[in-house]
Design a protein around this ligand. Structure first.
Ligand code: 3PG
Length: 420
C-alpha cells in the first residue's frame, strides 16, 4: 500500500477492469482555427493512460476543454482523441456523448486494453455550476449527479490524473471517489508529492515571484505565504508590482491608474497597503519601470506619474531581483513581469526567467502564461519543476485544501477501512 495519504496505481491490478480515468487535457486553443496549440498537458497524461491500457484495463477517459471565453463555446474532444491516438500510436475511440445511452453502450462494448474518450464533461451544467458555486453540492450529492450516476455503475475503479483541476469541486472530480475505489494517476501523484515538499519543507531562503495580470491569484496567496513563513520574500512584478507601488503612496499617473481601475483592481490597493505595513521589506516592489513611446524607454519610479501605460519592470529592478534569486534555495514563479509578448515589454520576463533558470535554487513554475513565457524564452527545460497546474497550484501552495485531494484521501480511508 502506498505510504501517501491517497491510493496510487501501485495499489491496484487493472486486468480486465473498467477504469474511469479523469484527465486534465484542457489545452490552449487558437481562437480562429479552434485547433489545440500546445499539447503539454496531453503529453504529461500519457504515462498513466499507457500504464492502464497496458495493464489490461478497459479505459474510459473523462476530460474538459474550455475556450478563451472561459465557460462558453466549450470545444468537443474529438481532436484530443486524435492527438492521443497519434501520440500513443494506438487507437483511442471517441464518442460525442458523455454519459447518455450511446456513451454507456460504447463503454459496455470496450475490450481489454481498449481506450475511449468521452465528450467534454462541461457540456453538462452540473459539472460547472457546482464548482462555480451557483449550486453547492456536497461530494455525496455530486455522486448522484447525471454523469456519476450513469457511469459509476459501469466502472470498477476511478483514477484521477487531473492535478490541474484539483481545485474544482465538480462531479467528475469529487463525485466518483465517493462511490468507487479511487486512486491518483502517475501525474497527479508526481505533482502532489513534489509540490507538497516545496510547500511544507522549502529550502531557505524561499522566494516567490508574483506578477501577471491575474492579481487575485497573487493577492490570494501573498498574505498567507508571508504569514505562515512559506515565503521568506515576495518579489512583485506585472500588475501586482504596480498595485504595490500605488499602495506605497506612489502616484502612477492617470493612464496606469485608469487601467487598474477599469479592471476592477483598485480594491487590491488597500490589501497591498496592509501587507506592506505588516511585512515591510519581505515584499519587494519595482524601483524602475518601462514605457513604450515608440520603443522601450525605462524610467525610475521617482519619475512617476506618467501619462502612458507601464509595460514592464526596468533594468535596475531586474538586476536587484536577479541578485535575490541567485541566493534563493527555492523559487516559485507565477505570472510574467510585463507584456512579454511584445518587443518593448519582454525584457523583464525574459531576464528574470533566465536568471531563475540559471539560479542554483529549486524552481517551480506553473500557470499558462508563466510556462508559455518560459517556452518562448527557451528556458522551460532548465526549470526544476514545471507544473501542469495554474489555479490549483496557487491554491495548493497557499495552503488551501483542494477538493480533489480531499476526495481521494477520503476514498483511501474508506478503501483501507473496508479492506482492513
Ligand atoms: C486549468 O486550466 O487551470 C484547469 O484545466 C482547470 O480549468 P478551469 O480553470 O477552467 O476550471
Amino acid at each position: 500500500m502506498s505510504s501517501m495519504d491517497i491510493l496510487t496505481l501501485d495499489d491496484f491490478d487493472f486486468e480486465d477492469k473498467t477504469v474511469i480515468l479523469r484527465v486534465d487535457i484542457n489545452s490552449p486553443i487558437d481562437p480562429q482555427t479552434r485547433r489545440i496549440v500546445d499539447d503539454n498537458r496531453i503529453l504529461r497524461s500519457l504515462p498513466t493512460i499507457r500504464e492502464l491500457s497496458d495493464g489490461g484495463a478497459r479505459l474510459v477517459m473523462l476530460a474538459h476543454q474550455g475556450d478563451t471565453l472561459d465557460y462558453q463555446n466549450l470545444a468537443p474532444l474529438e481532436q484530443h482523441a486524435s492527438m492521443l491516438s497519434r501520440l500513443l500510436d494506438r487507437p483511442v475511440a471517441y464518442i460525442d456523448d458523455v454519459a447518455g445511452p450511446a456513451a454507456r453502450e460504447r463503454v459496455r462494448r470496450l475490450k481489454r486494453g481498449e481506450m475511449l474518450l468521452l465528450d467534454n464533461v462541461r457540456f453538462h451544467t452540473e459539472e460547472v455550476s457546482t464548482f462555480r458555486n451557483y449550486v453547492k453540492l456536497s461530494p455525496k450529492e455530486m455522486a448522484k449527479t447525471y454523469i456519476v450516476r450513469n457511469l459509476a455503475p459501469l466502472g470498477d475503479l476511478y483514477v484521477c490524473d487531473a492535478f490541474a483541476a484539483a481545485h474544482r469541486a465538480a462531479p467528475t472530480l469529487v463525485g466518483f471517489p465517493e462511490v468507487l475505489p479511487a486512486a491518483g494517476g502517475r501525474l497527479f501523484v508526481e505533482e502532489y508529492g513534489i509540490l507538497k515538499r516545496v510547500r511544507d519543507n522549502p529550502e531557505r531562503p524561499c522566494v516567490f515571484v508574483l506578477g501577471g495580470a491575474k492579481i487575485s491569484d497573487a493577492f490570494g496567496m501573498m498574505g498567507k505565504v508571508l504569514a505562515d513563513g512559506t515565503a521568506d520574500r515576495v518579489l512583485t512584478t506585472g500588475l501586482t508590482g504596480l498595485v504595490m507601488l500605488w499602495a506605497a503612496g506612489i502616484e502612477l499617473g492617470r493612464v496606469p491608474e485608469a487601467y487598474l481601475r477599469d479592471r476592477g483592481l483598485e480594491p487590491f490597493v488597500a490589501q497591498a497597503a496592509s501587507l506592506l505595513q505588516k511585512y515591510g521589506e519581505r515584499i519587494v516592489y519595482p524601483e524602475d519601470l518601462a514605457i513604450d513611446d515608440g520603443g522601450r524607454r525605462e524610467i525610475p519610479v521617482s519619475a512617476l506619474p506618467v501619462e502612458t501605460e507601464l509595460i514592464d519592470i526596468g533594468s535596475r529592478t531586474i538586476a536587484h531581483y536577479a541578485s535575490i534569486l541567485q541566493e534563493a534555495r527555492t523559487i516559485f514563479v507565477n505570472g510574467p513581469a510585463g507584456v512579454y509578448e511584445t518587443k518593448a515589454g519582454s525584457l523583464g520576463t525574459e531576464s528574470l526567467w533566465k536568471a531563475i533558470a540559471e539560479a542554483p535554487g529549486y524552481s517551480v513554475i506553473g500557470g499558462g502564461d508563466t510556462v508559455a513565457a518560459a517556452r518562448r524564452f527557451g528556458v522551460v527545460d532548465q526549470m526544476s519543476y514545471v507544473s501542469t497546474a495554474g489555479g490549483a497550484l496557487i491554491q495548493f501552495l497557499s495552503g488551501q485544501k483542494l477538493p480533489v485531494i480531499e476526495a481521494l484521501r477520503r476514498a483511501k480511508q474508506r478503501y483501507t477501512g473496508a479492506s482492513a
